[in-house]
Design a protein around this ligand. Structure first.
Ligand SMILES: *[C@@H]1O[C@H](CO)[C@@H](O)[C@H](O)[C@H]1NC(C)=O
Ligand SMILES: *[C@@H]1O[C@H](CO)[C@@H](O)[C@H](O)[C@H]1NC(C)=O
Ligand SMILES: *[C@@H]1O[C@H](CO)[C@@H](O)[C@H](O)[C@H]1NC(C)=O
Length: 279
């Protein structure tokens, strides 16, 4: 009985100690939103809150411009963060019963792909000759979230991501080398830039370039034309030559025939004496 009583007392004491011990510190700090993507030079709101019923103090740590919005609530406070120019981390903190807790929030700065330029080099090319498609986005951030897709009509020629890109660089370029085919001139080329910030707490931005037409000229067709013209010329030449030849030959034969008779007739017409002694 006494042993049982001792053990139950000890258990009860332990439970009491445990619950008391953590009771004063069992609080959480939250920051909302949990992920944040802000347009460059833009501003945003964050809400710092805690489960502690009576926090001693709380706040938001950042080197960015911040201002508290609305009245102060003991358990939460909203802040306006402005002129966000680079990726940063915000710290939300509260102190409850002498114990301090933090929660951080990573802020990603982005710049939309507004200007997408597509160039065909050269824009006029012969069938079977090489040409290059080049797409450039001068100012876009972060490159890790960017995909540049080259289209010919609706067909995807190339999809390029920039996952390993230098974080500091802001310009994105993709090139695609191809060999001109006759049908390439029928559909336009275009380039789409897609900035997918969904995993960073942002949205999806798309921008597409002006369509570009590739002018394809065909040496095959040109050759055919040359061949046709040559054959026609040769045939015409042969025709004209043979007609001329026939005419000349005919003329010549006729002349020879009449010429022979003429001479014979003249000879016959000559007086006998002259015929015997033609001088
Ligand atoms: C801030 O967050 C707390 C805790 O989630 C919530 O109760 C409060 O309504 C929020 N305030 C605003 C203005 O959203
Ligand atoms: C190309 O990238 C876009 C955007 O990320 C994606 O939706 C599409 O499925 C990709 N296509 C191919 C063929 O990889
Ligand atoms: C190609 O783009 C030009 C403008 O650059 C447009 O006039 C033409 O209709 C387009 N052709 C096709 C097949 O989409």
């Amino acid at each position: 009985m006494s042993v049982f009583g001792f053990w139950s007392l000890l258990t009860a004491l332990l439970i009491l100690l445990c619950c008391l011990g953590s009771g004063g510190q069992a609080f959480e700090v939250y920051i909302w939103p949990e992920k944040l993507a802000v347009e460059i030079k833009g501003s945003t709101e964050v809400n710092c809150s805690t489960s502690c019923p009576q926090p001693d103090k709380g706040g938001l740590e950042t080197f960015l411009n911040k201002s508290a919005i609305e009245d102060h609530h003991p358990q939460w406070q909203r802040f306006l963060i402005s002129d966000v120019s680079q990726d940063t981390v915000l710290y939300c903190h509260f102190t409850c019963a002498g114990k301090q807790k933090f929660r951080n929030l990573s802020v990603s700065v982005y710049q939309r792909p507004t200007q997408v330029t597509l160039k065909l080099k050269p824009s006029r090319v012969g069938v079977g000759k090489n040409f290059t498609i080049e797409c450039t986005v001068p100012e876009v951030k972060p490159l890790q979230s960017l995909t540049l897709t080259l289209f010919h009509g609706k067909d995807i020629l190339q999809n390029q991501t920039f996952s390993g890109a230098v974080p500091a660089s802001q310009e994105a370029t993709t090139t695609f080398n191809s060999t001109a085919q006759r049908e390439y001139g029928l559909l336009n080329f275009s380039c789409q830039a897609e900035l997918d910030l969904r995993s960073l707490g942002g949205s999806l931005f798309q921008s597409i370039s002006e369509p570009q037409t590739l002018e394809v000229y065909g040496p095959v067709q040109d050759n055919q034309m040359v061949i046709i013209i040559t054959v026609v010329s040769v045939l015409l030449f042969l025709f004209v030559t043979s007609v001329l030849l026939c005419f000349v030959l005919g003329q010549h034969l006729h002349q020879r025939r009449t010429g022979t008779y003429g001479v014979l007739a003249a000879w016959r017409r000559l007086p006998r004496a002259f015929r015997a002694h033609p001088v």
